[in-house]
Design a protein around this ligand. Structure first.
Ligand code: SF4
Length: 224
């Protein structure tokens, strides 16, 4: 438990937090135990993914990229697969697309350490090619356990592959986004992948509409 808390504090420091306020109301014992359980589950899954060879991507990756964030998050983002920079760093959504995601979070009045971020695949497809069906199937177990563990109120899928995999619907993203779906009782809001927004700035406006939909589901006010 102590090691898990230390890992979480290191994570906050990695994100640039220079101070951690200890004068916040302490969690009750039940909440504290639950937090410890979730951190432990995530840590054991992360170690499992590090050694995973269930699909050929396990032989070509530099690092597995498990996921990052608050295991108690109300909002979880699910992207597609690590890219070059994620593969080198072992962390999801770093680089230009990650910076854009951070700006979107900021506009929502959220910080990265308040949400949980994961990908459909934990290892980088060579040359950043699209995920293949067999790879998604082989890796599904990790994402399923992450969703079960965090059990967020809302999942935001980023890009068409994560939306299709989660919803079991093979349709273009343009037909999936714009409404709220469900996965095992959790609201799901599909939107564009930040990397796609970098290529198509016109999609930023519909993406912001999706973020407003998420804030409304979370009963949070839209920052002015
Ligand atoms: S992509 Fe997933 S299933 Fe394939 S090796 Fe990596 S962790 Fe295992």
């Amino acid at each position: 438990m102590r090691q898990e808390i230390r890992n979480y504090l290191h994570y906050l420091m990695d994100l640039g937090e220079e101070e951690v306020f200890l004068d916040q109301p302490p969690m009750d014992e039940g909440a504290d135990a639950l937090m410890g359980d979730r951190l432990q589950t995530m840590e054991s899954l992360r170690r499992e993914a590090e050694g995973c060879r269930r699909c050929p991507l396990g032989g070509t990756r530099t690092n597995s990229v498990f996921g990052i964030g608050n295991p108690h998050a109300e909002l979880m983002f699910i992207g597609e697969a690590p890219g070059r920079e994620e593969d080198l760093k072992g962390e999801p959504f770093v680089g230009a697309a990650g910076q854009l995601l951070d700006r979107i979070l900021k506009a929502m009045g959220l910080r990265r350490d308040e949400v949980y971020i994961a990908n459909l695949l934990k290892c980088r497809p060579p040359g950043n090619r699209d995920p293949q069906h067999e790879e998604i199937e082989a890796c599904w177990h990790f994402l399923e356990r992450q969703v079960e563990t965090v059990h967020p109120r809302v999942i935001c899928t980023l890009g068409s592959y994560s939306a299709s995999a989660l919803l079991g619907i093979h349709a273009p993203l343009s037909r999936l986004r714009g409404r709220v779906h469900a996965f095992r009782g959790i609201d799901v809001v599909p939107t564009y992948h930040p990397a796609a927004l970098l290529r198509n700035p016109a999609w930023k406006r519909p993406t912001w509409e999706d973020m407003q939909r998420i804030l409304s589901l979370l009963e949070r006010s839209i920052p002015g």
